[in-house]
Design a binder for this molecule. Structure first.
Ligand code: RP5
Length: 167
């Protein structure tokens, strides 16, 4: 059985444009993904079946994105002990704040690790961090990713100092 798969689940195809960022970064780290559209409200039975069988399919974590009254991550979390990472999706009259509050305000007992509104990239990175604890190749990839980010910041700082004539 394949292990360390990340489930990337979204409530609607309209969430895909945001959620693909999680899939892209996980793919960059050679982490397999299982990508599904499952709705807590429109397909509740699939949500229950998906989450309750996730561990036996080899999933290490679930990234769940949804907008509006976004119950998907909480519902999935209630059916599995796997870490569930919620991504509130923007859109609708409340611009994603509704989804953010729905995810971050989970009542005590069944936690969801909530990212920023549309924070699918960080959700992918967070899932990779979970896997990095047991997979040195993923840990190396994450370290390289951070080194690369740091190099870019230093480069921008050097450029700014140059423009200001302070170097
Ligand atoms: C949520 O409602 C979905 O996650 C999506 O963000 C939002 C709107 O869904 P659609 O009407 O675009 O299918 O359940």
């Amino acid at each position: 059985m394949q292990k360390n798969i990340v489930g990337v689940v979204m409530g609607s195809d309209s969430d895909w444009e945001v959620m693909r960022k999680a899939v892209d970064i996980l793919t960059e780290f050679n982490i397999a993904t299982e990508v599904r559209i499952i709705s807590a409200h429109r397909t509740p039975h699939e949500a229950a079946t998906y989450a309750s069988s996730a561990q036996e399919r080899g999933l290490a974590a679930i990234v769940a994105g949804a907008g509006r009254a976004a119950h998907l991550p909480g519902v999935l979390a209630s059916y599995t002990l796997l870490p569930v990472i919620g991504v509130p999706i923007s859109g609708g009259p409340l611009s994603g704040t509704d989804a953010l509050y729905a995810m971050v305000q989970m009542p005590p007992g069944v936690p969801v690790a909530t990212m920023a509104i549309d924070g699918a990239l960080n959700a992918g990175l967070f899932a990779a961090s979970i896997i990095a604890g047991t997979d040195p190749a993923v840990a190396n990839a994450l370290n390289a990713y951070r080194d690369n980010m740091a190099a870019k910041v230093r480069q921008k700082d050097a450029l700014l100092q140059q423009q200001l004539g302070r170097c």
